[in-house]
Design a protein around this ligand. Structure first.
Ligand SMILES: NC(=O)c1ccc[n+]([C@@H]2O[C@H](COP(=O)([O-])OP(=O)(O)OC[C@H]3O[C@@H](n4cnc5c(N)ncnc54)[C@H](O)[C@@H]3O)[C@@H](O)[C@H]2O)c1
Length: 250
């Protein structure tokens, strides 16, 4: 796999907002946008991880629990106030906690939707007026291969992630006339710190490798590469689509 990254001149100076940028795929995506010369802000409720990523990348970190829509709106406004109108939004934050069917109560169900789905809509709603003013923009929603692969053990998460497809395609229709593009990136099993700590075993790794056409670990950079392309003008006529980055496992 090449260490080289494409250079996207259109990303230079562009204002980019990334949710969940304090760790995992989000942190790597923050770094890669910063390397393109973009002006990057990110939201996260992990203050320690966020401060570290901000120090390493020079990106603006605004602490925020995205389940709180009042706080989310204030954080998006603060990012725009400090960096300018946001024209790229990467809706990345989520949390794939496991839960047994029998144990789920309505409050937990709602909390899962708030963690994994609701903020994607409200972040989009908050940045759309800025994108309209700027004459266009790109919204990139992170989905998941899990529901496509019929993964069990987390039905609220898989439900929320499946809904990202509907959110993406519905918004693409509404926002197309404003030249705002909306696409979904669907990661396969990506070796983030959290995944390695919680779920990687010799057996699970062997299973996922057997499923992949392309062998080798999928890394956060594999997702960041796709996100960069969707943010750049190189994908100017691409909207309402989903892009699976899973080594061919589904
Ligand atoms: N890693 C994988 O294998 C994988 C597979 C499929 C889909 N995805 C998707 O990719 C995206 C990134 O996943 P990841 O593996 O990097 O996750 P991660 O858990 O490593 O990082 C997620 C980040 O989001 C933040 N976050 C979570 N809830 C938040 C909240 N309420 N408010 C603010 N910040 C919050 C966390 O603090 C963390 O920094 C997610 O949308 C996930 O569903 C990941």
């Amino acid at each position: 796999m090449t260490e080289q990254f494409a250079r996207y001149p259109s990303l230079m100076g562009r204002v980019v907002l990334i949710t969940g940028g304090a760790g995992g795929i989000g942190a790597v995506t923050v770094a890669r946008f910063a390397q393109q010369g973009a002006r990057v802000a990110f939201l996260d409720f992990d203050a320690t991880g966020g401060a570290k990523v901000a120090a390493e990348t020079g990106a603006l970190f605004i602490p925020c629990d995205l389940r709180d829509i009042v706080a989310l709106r204030a954080a998006v406004a603060e990012a725009a106030g400090r960096l300018g109108d946001i024209t790229v939004l990467v809706n990345n934050a989520a949390r794939d906690d496991r839960h047994a069917l029998e144990t789920v109560e309505p409050d937990y169900w709602d909390e899962r939707m708030a963690t994994n789905l609701r903020h994607q809509f409200f972040c989009a709603q908050a940045v759309v007026p800025m994108m309209r003013r700027a004459g266009g923009g790109s919204i990139i929603n992170l989905g998941s291969i899990s529901w496509m692969n019929r993964t069990g053990g987390m039905p609220a998460y898989t439900t929320a992630k499946a809904a990202v497809r509907g959110l993406t395609r519905g918004l693409a229709r509404d926002l197309g006339p404003d030249r705002i593009r909306v696409n979904e990136v669907v990661p396969g099993w990506i070796y983030t710190e959290r995944q390695i700590a919680l779920w990687v075993t010799p057996e699970s790794e062997a299973r996922s490798q057997a499923n992949q056409c392309l062998k080798g670990r999928l890394l956060p950079d594999d997702i960041a590469r796709m996100v960069l392309w969707l943010a750049a003008d190189d994908s100017a006529m691409v909207t309402a689509q989903h892009f699976v980055v899973d080594g061919g496992s589904n």
